[in-house]
Design a binder for this molecule. Structure first.
Ligand code: F6R
Length: 603
């Protein structure tokens, strides 16, 4: 979603701001801009569309100044046009904003005599700060006032015309980080990735902090006030620095390929939660898993595991619905929040809601510095490294691995698993990286399959039990990067409606290892073939044997024999590869699909 960058140094900043913005591209955006301050004047350039257009403008006429800010905007209030792009400029300030100002209409009414240049919710901030400065308010008082008036969420990077060599940041509800660069340069960004090439150490600002970056000094003021607080400087993790897609064409492809390595590393870290609290699984009567999108599907697989293996009753809730649905959370309810970014606004709001109800909150995140990581009572990290492709891949399989670890922990504490069963499952769990490696060998044949079905306008995905969420995940992957309509269904639901869609042109992807339910899925396959549909079946060697003579309309892909419990992880791989190759063959923007953002920080 929107990205903020600011740099204060002793040399010209405009090209480094551009470089930092490029590193935030993966978050998703639809317009961009930059502003600098030099000799008491603002210089600004903004474009609708991609950074390449901003770069052309900047190269034609670089912005002067040793202090500046940049922004990539993902439109919420107002279309992605030049006039709505940030930074927004007033008489005294120029600023970039991430988040949503909820009282923006009240601010427009308050300044109804002043012309507004944009349709954004952010412009009210410019008018407020201009008004404070007109009244002669010093910087610190103006910032304190701002915190009192603004409602909603914001991370801000601000330049004041009459505060030379000063860069101001502020955060409430949206992340903001200070980076300490070489030669005394100071950085501000919504994501460490923006400046990880320039800095070795950072400070994560807390809620209500605002910061003055002046000279080589970062002064942090807590609680939107004028006091001063010292926050820790922490080294940037190595994983934040590796941001190249080589040797692949897309980050998504690279991230799919990284999964065996991610799982191998994860298996060595799983017994070591990031926050040392433990979960008293035996004291829970039920668990509520809350997440969005792909992370929600990870939760759906975990529901199946928790109920089958740990005999713990689980419900899975879509985070954007959870707190508005008046959920009954009886005594003994625990809540588990799953998020790659740890900044998804809906998931964070759901966590805060659950905490208010006194619920014990477990977090699973990939970004250890995220808000969700800080606010959960106990935390596991998925250790996948930075995931750049907007479509989640390696973070999803890592979430599943962490969730499985929790299921086993719960099963042990609840005495739902014999030591023999545990040993067998542990052995199977340890072989996952090799099985994922084997699944990746389908790459070339799936590329061919993608060439064949790349022109379809619609697809169905079917699976049963824990493979039903993987069918939905497969459909989501195809939708989001190739823009082909796709739906995932429980295989048994086919005859209750979707079968009406079956025709020659419709590919139906079926996920079905040779387990107890295979014969039932086979009946569904027969129902499709009888209606001249095209079936793309992913199964194991025994399943392949059972169907090998069925029909030329059945496209068969054989995955390794896998313990039924871990099939969701292994069967995810061909879903990712197929979606990737379809999208790549259609020439879409695979890593930054239209309208999508990597981290959805607005409701
Ligand atoms: C799909 C995808 C999204 C995210 C969702 C939640 O590929 O990436 O559906 O899963 O926006 O994001 P996180 O996990 O960061 O909370």
């Amino acid at each position: 979603m929107c990205g903020i960058v600011g740099i204060n140094g002793t040399t010209e900043v405009c090209f480094d701001i551009l470089g930092a913005l490029k590193r935030l591209e993966y978050r998703g955006y639809d317009s961009a801009g930059m502003a600098t301050l030099s000799k008491g004047a603002f210089f600004r350039k903004r474009v609708p569309g991609k950074l390449i257009q901003l770069e052309e403008k900047i190269r034609a006429c670089p912005l002067p100044g040793t202090v500046g800010i940049g922004h990539t905007r993902w439109a919420t209030h107002g279309a992605p046009t030049e006039k709505n792009a940030h930074p927004l400029e007033g008489k005294h300030v120029v600023l970039a904003h991430n988040g949503i100002i909820e009282n923006h209409e009240a601010l427009r009414a308050q300044f109804s005599m002043d012309p507004f240049d944009s349709e954004t919710d952010s412009e009210g901030i410019v008018h407020l700060l201009d008004a404070y400065r007109e009244r002669g308010m010093p910087l610190s008082e103006a910032m304190s006032q701002l915190f009192q008036v603004l409602q909603g969420s914001y991370a801000l990077a601000i330049l004041f015309r009459d505060e030379p060599d000063t860069l101001i940041g502020a955060r409430s509800g949206s992340p903001l980080v200070v980076g300490y660069g070489r030669e005394g340069r100071l950085f501000l960004a919504s994501d460490v990735v923006a400046f990880s090439d320039f800095c070795d150490e950072v400070t994560y600002l807390e809620e209500g902090d605002w910061v003055e970056l002046k000279g080589a000094q970062a002064t942090i003021h807590p609680d939107g006030g004028s006091g001063v607080v010292v926050r820790p400087r922490v080294p940037i993790g190595e994983t934040m620095k590796v941001l190249t897609k080589e040797p692949y064409r897309h980050f998504m492809r690279k991230e799919i390929q990284e999964q065996p390595a991610v799982l191998r590393h994860l298996l060595t870290t799983l017994s070591d939660p990031l926050k040392k609290n433990t979960v008293a699984w035996a004291s829970l009567s039920n668990l509520c898993i809350v997440a969005c999108g792909t992370s929600f599907y990870a939760g759906c697989v975990a529901k199946y595991w928790f109920e089958k293996v740990a005999r713990l009753s689980v419900r899975v809730e879509i985070a954007s619905e959870f707190r508005y649905n008046h959920p009954a959370l009886p005594l003994g309810t625990g809540a588990l929040f799953v998020s790659q970014s740890g900044e998804t606004a809906d998931t964070l709001a759901a966590l805060r809601f659950a905490k208010q109800q006194g619920i014990f909150c477990i977090g699973i995140v990939n970004v250890p510095e995220s808000s969700l990581a800080r606010e959960a009572d106990v935390l596991w990290q998925t250790h996948s490294g930075v995931e750049v492709g907007v479509a989640s891949t390696k973070a999803f399989t890592a979430q599943l691995a962490v969730l499985w670890h929790l299921v086993e922990e719960a099963a042990e504490q609840r005495k739902a698993l014999s030591s023999e069963e545990k040993k067998t499952l542990d052995r199977a769990f340890q072989t996952l990286p090799e099985q994922v490696e084997e699944a990746l060998l389908l790459d070339a044949s799936l590329q061919k399959l993608a060439a064949r079905f790349g022109h379809t306008t619609s697809a169905l995905y079917l699976g049963r039990g824990a493979l039903h969420p993987i069918a939905m995940e497969g459909a989501l992957k195809l939708k989001e990067i190739s823009y082909i309509h796709a739906e995932g269904y429980a295989a048994g639901e086919l005859k209750h409606g979707p079968i009406a869609l079956v025709e020659d042109a419709l590919p139906i992807v079926v996920l079905s290892p040779y387990d107890a339910l295979f014969p039932k899925t086979l009946s569904n396959i027969q129902e499709v073939l009888a209606r001249r549909g095209q079936v793309i079946l992913f199964t194991d060697p025994e399943g392949a044997e059972a169907v090998h003579s069925l029909s030329h309309r059945l496209h068969l892909y054989t995955l390794p024999q896998v313990s039924p419990i871990f099939a969701p992880i292994v069967y995810t791989i061909p879903m990712q590869l197929f979606a990737y190759h379809v999208a790549a063959s259609r020439g879409t923007d695979v890593d930054q699909p239209r309208n999508l953002a990597k981290s959805v920080t607005v409701e």
